[in-house]
Design a protein around this ligand. Structure first.
Ligand SMILES: Nc1nc2c(c(=O)[nH]1)N[C@H]1C(S)=C(S)[C@@H](COP(=O)(O)OP(=O)(O)OC[C@H]3O[C@@H](n4cnc5c(=O)[nH]c(N)nc54)[C@H](O)[C@@H]3O)O[C@H]1N2
Ligand SMILES: Nc1nc2c(c(=O)[nH]1)N[C@H]1C(S)=C(S)[C@@H](COP(=O)(O)OP(=O)(O)OC[C@H]3O[C@@H](n4cnc5c(=O)[nH]c(N)nc54)[C@H](O)[C@@H]3O)O[C@H]1N2
Ligand code: SF4
Ligand SMILES: [Mo]
Length: 732
């Protein structure tokens, strides 16, 4: 019997519908069974009637209630007692916490101006309300520095946007119709589990599944073929494939003529990219590139699932652009199950968010924007580094001169993120957080590595305890999350904490006096675009999730209609030319291979790994049982991942006299970390892989792999280049 059927029969139990808040394409719909008398949650499961969740949660969120009720949950506001970073706190009341924080912030604003306050947040929750809803109101009223949310996906987004105009694409259900599926820079079985059943359906109908990845991930193991590729070289593979398709006359001439621009120029450019050249760069044999191109062009429908792994490199934007050209070139968009998906978040681009986030509270001010990937620089007192931390995503954008960089960051307010563990160039971030003169407030569920540096640590509620409207980015269902249980201890939703801070600051706008349910309802009722016609408060309350008003089957570009300036898929992009890029697909190599081009100042005489042939490329994608750094502190999940590992190929291991299980020292010009060797052919030679993201305090030497990752921006979107790294490895 299903859990729903079991609990439905029990009159002592209430069933509450909600949705997973995590940063994951699946945005699962869940139900929680609550004991009516004790108000305690008893069980959680995925909704069987949700077309994508299909009754299962992943192995992490299946145990969400352990997270909710964990003994380590923060339950009361805390004030620092020990030295900065010691993680020692005393319990105080909310009234004291809010008043003291407001007074400190006001003092900083009086002395340095509001831009001295920097919010730092990412995707601990992706709900409209608890992610940025009320915090945006608060920081805009204040006039604080703004943060560019670049840590994950911006490079790929930009490359995709230049080419097809919006981050929209095939829906997961339609992968079942494909007959060839390229899983490109994505570990579906780990990071996008609910796509897999549709891929399996396709295989039952004879589809072939090929995984393009430097690592033989669990997805690659389960697929028909693993195609190992050197990190950061996907742009060259796409060029080599396009060369073969065009030169063998396999492109879809009608589709290309009707719905694309720049084919002539593209064809000319492709002459520079014979598969042999792509082979030298990618490590994939030329013959295999030719076959892959021919199969891709000849198999209908052909689907690509591309994801973020391949764009965490300097050339990530251009790589995504090149890949995004492929479906239009072969006319794959014509059929159900043909095309590509990176994200479908572009379906939310017509949302009217001004009532929710209230940009009007800025009252004409335009505060500076800091790039979150350069947190280390932003927290530095060196004005040149502060200037470098400004957000300038395109070649035509300029960073300010050091004297124009604005005030030093004097207050940092962190919510929905754990930068001490997840941000690049960790030692810079830690040095900043350790500054005695930096006032830091952290809103959290747990005492993370970042929380250790807080002056005030405020307990936030989990998704089981608060309202939200859950955005999606891998499918087309928005979901309402209702609180299932009372708050744990004195925890409060982010929304309530920011309202409390606003009130303590003396902000009087009525936006700081509304309750969560009303805010959400007003937000939903403010939507007038036809895409959201189905998204009503009533429908959400009744069902819990709603599909956007999109036709089924959904073939966004079967007849062109690309939301680009030309209305076509842009092989040639005028907008790219204006923004300072090559307007045609080209190859942008990893920065770590150019040698000596890093902007880091940490050259301190040490060996430059990027110039040394004995160094190895290093990538650090998610461990299966963690979600970024979330869950990695809970015993159950840590146990599943054993210890911080480094996958290394037997050849690279033997030349370094490294044996399975050996203790390793891994370092480069930025820092060093100790990891345990996993000697395996599941990673290609020349590359090592450190599954992430471990908390520093649970790592043997108190540091994680982000000691080795740079603050450098990618070619597009000023994104993070977490996988554009070279390291040295030796037995410790
Ligand atoms: N279980 C779990 N699920 C998650 C997350 C998690 O931490 N854990 N994180 C969530 C978040 S925030 C995100 S952004 C997504 C991330 O999930 P994905 O978008 O799938 O991205 P990554 O896991 O970074 O990388 C995917 C694969 O790309 C490979 N890769 C690395 N460099 C390259 C390259 O240059 N070329 C190619 N072809 N492949 C490369 C990696 O080896 C990895 O197997 O997953 C989400 N889901
Ligand atoms: N080396 C390396 N580094 C990486 C990556 C990588 O692949 N390799 N991946 C990068 C990527 S793709 C991403 S997206 C980032 C992710 O970086 P983050 O978004 O910082 O993700 P998490 O580490 O999961 O931290 C989220 C925190 O938010 C807290 N939280 C959850 N819900 C709430 C809430 O309602 N209120 C409050 N106040 N807190 C809440 C959680 O307890 C958790 O500590 O990391 C990046 N860092
Ligand atoms: S993390 Fe992803 S797969 Fe797991 S429950 Fe949440 S949305 Fe579903
Ligand atoms: Mo991410």
């Amino acid at each position: 019997m299903s859990k729903l059927a079991l609990y439905e029969k029990n009159p002592a139990v209430r069933i509450v519908t909600g949705a997973c808040p995590h940063d994951c394409p699946d945005t699962c719909s869940w139900q929680i069974a609550v004991d009516k008398k004790s108000e305690r949650a008893l069980d959680i499961w995925g909704r069987a009637d949700h077309p994508v969740t299909q009754g299962t949660l992943c192995g992490k969120v299946d145990r969400y209630l352990e997270r909710v009720y964990h003994a380590d949950r923060l339950t009361h506001p805390l004030r620092r007692v020990g030295p900065k970073g010691s993680g020692r706190f005393e319990r105080i009341s909310w009234r004291e916490a809010l008043a003291e924080i407001a007074a400190r912030l006001q003092g900083i604003i009086n002395e340095w101006g509001p831009e001295a306050v920097l919010p730092y947040a990412y995707a601990g929750t992706m709900g409209f309300l608890q992610q940025h809803g009320i915090s945006n109101r608060f920081f805009q009223q204040m006039g604080a520095s703004r943060l560019a949310y670049t840590i994950c996906s911006e490079a790929g987004f930009e490359g995709y946007l230049y080419t097809i105009g919006s981050t929209i694409g095939i829906e997961p259900e339609d992968y079942a119709h494909a007959r060839l599926i390229l899983i490109w820079g994505s570990n579906t079985l780990t990071s996008n589990l609910h796509l897999w059943p549709f891929i399996q359906d396709a295989r039952k109908q004879g589809a072939r599944v090929i995984v393009i990845d430097p690592a033989r991930t669990r997805t690659a193991r389960a697929a028909d073929e693993w195609l190992p590729i050197r990190p950061g070289t996907d742009g060259a593979l796409a060029l080599g494939m396009m060369h073969e398709i065009v030169n063998a006359d396999l492109h879809d001439k009608e589709y290309v003529a009707a719905h694309t621009v720049g084919f002539e120029q593209l064809a000319e450019r492709l002459q520079e990219w014979p598969p042999q050249r792509a082979a030298r760069i990618t490590g994939i044999p030329a013959e295999r590139i030719r076959e892959l191109a021919r199969d891709y062009a000849a198999t209908r429908p052909a689907a690509i699932r591309v994801n973020y792994g391949l764009q965490r490199h300097y050339g990530g934007g251009m790589a995504m652009r090149n890949i995004t050209c492929l479906p239009a070139l072969i006319g794959a968009w014509r059929e159900q199950g043909g095309g590509i998906q990176l994200s479908v978040s572009g379906q939310l681009r017509h949302l009217e968010k001004s009532g929710l986030e209230r940009p009007d509270l800025l009252a004409g001010r335009i505060p500076r924007t800091i790039n979150m990937n350069r947190l280390g620089d932003a927290l530095s007192l060196d004005r040149t580094r502060l200037a470098a931390s400004h957000y300038a995503p395109r070649p035509v954008d300029r960073k300010p001169a050091p004297d124009d960089a604005g005030p030093p960051v004097k207050a940092l307010i962190v919510y929905n993120s754990n930068p001490a563990a997840v941000a690049p160039d960790q030692s810079s971030v830690q040095a900043g957080l350790a500054r005695e003169d930096l006032f830091t407030v952290v809103l959290e569920h747990f005492q993370t590595d970042t929380a250790d540096y807080a002056d005030y640590l405020l307990p936030a509620t989990t998704q089981a305890e608060h309202w939200d409207l859950q955005r999606m980015y891998g499918h087309h269902f928005l979901a309402l999350n209702r609180p299932a249980i009372p708050t744990v201890g004195a925890a409060r939703p982010n929304s309530a904490i920011f309202r409390g801070l606003a009130q303590a600051m003396g902000y009087t706008d009525s936006g700081f006096y509304e309750d969560d349910e009303t805010i959400l309802r007003n937000f939903i009722e403010a939507q007038h675009h036809p895409l959201y016609e189905t998204v009503t408060w009533e429908a959400l309350l009744e069902k819990g999730f709603v599909r956007l008003n999109l036709p089924q089957p959904y073939l966004p570009f079967a007849e062109g209609n690309f939301p680009t300036p030309s209305g076509k898929c842009e092989f040639y992009s005028e907008r790219m030319a204006q923004d300072g890029y090559d307007p045609l697909p080209t190859y942008t190599p990893p920065k770590s291979e150019e040698g000596g081009t890093r902007s880091e100042e940490k050259e301190n005489g040490s060996v430059q790994a990027e110039q040394d042939p004995h160094s190895l490329a290093c990538i650090s994608p998610p461990a299966h049982s963690f979600l970024n750094s979330s869950f990695s502190h809970l015993e159950r999940f840590r146990g599943r991942e054993r210890e911080p590992l480094l996958w290394i190929h037997p050849h690279d291991a033997s030349v370094r006299r490294i044996e399975e299980g050996a203790w390793l020292r891994v370092w480069n010009e930025l820092g060093e970390v100790e990891l345990t060797a996993r000697v395996t052919e599941e990673i290609m030679a020349g590359t090592v892989l450190a599954p992430g993201i471990w908390w520093n305090k649970h790592s043997p030497d108190g540091r994680n792999v982000n000691q080795l990752t740079p603050q450098d921006e990618t070619d597009m979107g000023a994104s993070a280049s977490f996988y554009d790294v070279r390291v040295f490895v030796e037995p410790a």
